[in-house]
Design a protein around this ligand. Structure first.
Ligand SMILES: [Zn+2]
Length: 277
């Protein structure tokens, strides 16, 4: 649909969801911005969030990289440790709760497919077994040396970070089997050793659930084209798609709906339109 006002598009989206039996929520980095989480797109935006990494001239792709954990573990863990603490204390914005409410109206409920590693959907009350984290989770750890130890929970690890230097000042987390450095169970750049076992299991669950939904609708929120995993997944499902994105809302098919709004605004207006039906 083109040239549709956001209000009309939200009303169309609500009508589509009202007829659905299940909702697939696909989400990228734009989902977290309204909770106050930083967006790492572009070197300047990244270095504003992490000035110490700018001082080292390190780009996001160079620190979000298994090599960084081998070569400068305190710095790599300074970055990820800070994020871990940030995500733990972040309260998911109201849009998460609204999505949970919308899901509760549908017979099949909702399933989440997200590239975000921040665990915000689970924190908002979405059941763990209904969330696919296609790039992994910051709340899980794996062995940097790939010794065969399965991933384990990061819950016991409370990082202490010198934010000015972006350096971990407490002991590095270690693999319980071999003692090598532990790294987040997150798919990084140039990462051939990411342990995808858990993500694969979750994706299998999603496929089984989706096969039972006759009229599932996909709502894609804040998923850009820079790292397109979320878009590619949603577009490959051959189900009607609602795209909520302030800058890249264009959709490919006439049945799909593009809404040029941020996450919280878009979700709120769709929820209000559903209530008005
Ligand atoms: Zn190990």
């Amino acid at each position: 649909m083109t040239n549709t006002s956001p209000d009309q598009a939200c009303a169309d989206a609500a009508a589509l969801i009202a007829q659905a039996d299940g909702l697939v929520i696909t989400a990228g980095a734009g989902m977290g911005i309204d909770s106050g989480l930083p967006d790492f797109r572009g070197d300047q935006g990244f270095w504003r969030a992490y000035p110490a990494l700018g001082t080292h001239g390190l780009r996001f792709t160079e620190i979000a990289n298994p090599r960084a954990f081998r070569e400068r573990p305190e710095l790599a863990w300074g970055f990820y440790g800070h994020r871990l603490q940030l995500y733990r204390r972040t309260v998911p914005h109201a849009g998460f709760g609204l999505l949970n409410k919308i899901a509760a109206r549908l017979p099949g409920g909702a399933f989440v497919f997200t590239s975000n590693v921040d665990g915000q959907f689970q924190r908002s009350g979405m059941a763990h077994e209904r969330v696919v984290e296609c790039h992994g989770s910051i709340e899980k750890l794996q062995c940097l040396g790939d010794c065969g130890e399965p991933t384990w929970s990061a819950q016991a690890f409370v990082p202490v970070v010198d934010e000015e230097q972006c350096l971990l000042t407490c002991p590095l987390p270690r693999c319980p089997r071999c003692g090598d450095i532990a790294r987040p169970n997150i798919l990084m750049f140039g990462d051939r050793l990411w342990d995808s076992v858990y993500a694969d299991q979750q994706e299998h669950r999603l496929k089984v659930w989706l096969a039972r939904q006759r009229q599932a609708v996909i709502i894609e929120i804040g998923a850009g084209t820079w790292i397109p995993s979320v878009r590619v997944f949603g577009e490959s499902q051959q189900r009607p798609l609602i795209r909520v994105n302030p800058g890249e809302s264009a959709v490919g098919l006439p049945r799909d709906i593009g809404i040029a709004l941020g996450a919280l605004d878009g979700i709120s207006r769709i929820a209000a339109a559903l209530d008005a039906l």
